[in-house]
Design a protein around this ligand. Structure first.
Ligand code: UGA
Length: 424
């Protein structure tokens, strides 16, 4: 097969769209299918339903190679490698819901000319279960490691690409590996179960790093150390590395909370109690509760207090609010009797339904108006650039809790704020 093999992408969500667009950029014809007709129509009209830096431009540039459809038949007749990018949301018990993946598999039927290339995050064992009763069914595990906000960049410059396949699917695996060769990252060829585990273990490890540094932050607060200095000193050890050592109010998003729970659950189902992950999850929960405690320390009872939350997206440069700490904080604060005022540069539309009871504001200055405290939840750069003198004038009480250690602590204190970060 040539490097310009046509590609099928099933699911035009965040992963699917980035995958489809980046393969089109690499010169492939891409046939992308989504079951939501409205979304397909939007994409056909050149509009992009998600916020991801660089994606609009790339879609525009590759429009003639990107084909959007609601019909699986269109994809099956045009491409043999079918990237499965449907979502696998958590069920109540913490397992991954695989119903969308199962539908895709059944739509492919018994074809031995096609291979499913699994990008969706699935439990370890999924590939084996899918292929067990389907002889000759091509199956490749090709987990994605993209980060929202830098997904295009991550796709084009991967640290590694993982391609997991059984002995029968090695021909398909060669073709999948060839697609990524122009990108230059390390290609890890392995078996399906190991590839599936690499994905879950990577996310669980990164989440563990965050919960670890958050606990160091909490202890640092007690012992007078500054966690930013501690992380800087730790991170220079090449065995530790500087990344994912930013203390804060905890991780969120559509991946870490779901994948950590899924791995814990998966271990539990196999009879193994994954103690470390239980603690990682608990620390992450407690981090939000600690923020409420800090507010109470400064304000006493929160009943009828006005609290401004700056940022709703689970991190900057995305409008994704899934498992966003801001949503948990807003609900808890309301539970304590506070009035919550929220602002986010782009994520409010997606969050509106989940923020019932909070006042949604059109600007940061509107949110802080009359506030008894401001909590910085998402480190959007515009919050650093705010006119903080004006903020202080607008607030009823100049308390700032910096949940991301993002603001200039000295400058804020000098400007008359009571400033508190996390672990510093
Ligand atoms: C994460 C992984 O980083 C990707 O490699 C993976 O592909 C993706 O999940 C996925 O499974 O799809 P993402 O959820 O986009 O990517 O976001 P991250 O940038 O990893 O941040 C996750 C959360 O951790 C955010 O809430 C962020 O604020 C928090 N975080 C991150 C910290 O609290 N401290 C840090 O030092 C780093």
């Amino acid at each position: 097969m040539s490097a310009q093999e046509p590609i099928g992408v099933i699911g035009a969500g965040w992963v699917g769209l980035v995958t489809a667009t980046c393969f089109a950029e690499l010169g492939h014809e891409v046939h992308c299918r989504d079951i939501v007709a409205e979304k397909v129509e939007t994409l056909r009209n050149g509009r992009v339903p998600i916020h991801e830096p660089g994606l609009n431009e790339l879609i525009e540039r590759n429009r003639e190679r990107l084909h959007f459809t609601t019909e699986m038949g269109d994809v099956l007749s045009n491409a043999h490698l079918l990237f499965c990018c449907v979502d696998t949301p958590p069920t109540y018990s913490g397992d991954a819901d695989l119903s969308r993946v199962e539908t895709v598999v059944s739509e492919i039927g018994d074809s031995t000319d096609h291979a499913i290339v699994m990008k969706s995050t699935v439990p370890v064992g999924t590939g084996r279960a899918i292929t067990r009763e389907r002889e000759g069914f091509g199956y490749i595990s090709n987990p994605e490691f993209l980060k929202e906000g830098t997904a295009v960049e991550d796709f084009m410059h991967p640290d590694r690409v993982v391609v997991g396949a059984s002995a029968e699917s090695q021909g398909f695996a060669d073709r999948v590996a060839a697609l990524y060769e122009p990108l230059g990252g390390a290609i890890v060829r392995t078996d399906v179960a190991s590839a599936e585990m690499i994905k879950l273990a990577s996310n669980a490890f990164l989440a563990t790093k965050i919960s670890f540094i958050n606990e160091i932050a909490n202890v640092s607060e007690e012992l007078g150390a500054d966690v930013s200095e501690v992380a800087r000193g730790m991170g220079l050890d090449s065995r530790i590395g500087p990344q994912f050592l930013r203390a804060g109010i905890g991780y969120g998003g559509s991946c870490f909370p779901k994948d950590v729970s899924a791995l814990k659950q998966l271990a539990g189902n196999s009879g193994y109690h994954f103690q470390l992950l239980t603690a990682v999850i608990e620390v992450n929960e407690l981090q939000k509760r600690r923020t409420i405690g800090k507010l109470q320390k400064h304000l006493g009872s929160l009943v009828n207090k006005e609290i401004a939350l700056l940022g709703v997206a689970f991190k900057p440069d995305t409008d994704d609010v899934r498992e966003a700490p801001a949503l948990v904080l807003a609900a808890r604060l309301q539970g304590e009797g506070a009035h919550v005022r929220v602002y986010d540069p782009i994520a409010l539309e997606r969050a509106r339904e989940m923020l019932t009871g909070s006042t949604i504001c059109d600007s940061a200055l509107e949110a802080v108006d009359g506030a008894d405290a401001v909590v910085l939840v998402t480190e959007w750069s515009e919050f650093r650039d705010l006119d903080w003198d004006l903020v202080r004038e607008r607030m009823a009480n100049p308390v700032v809790l910096d949940g991301r250690n993002f603001l200039d602590a000295d400058a804020l204190r000098a400007a008359g704020f009571t400033y508190e970060g996390v672990g510093r």
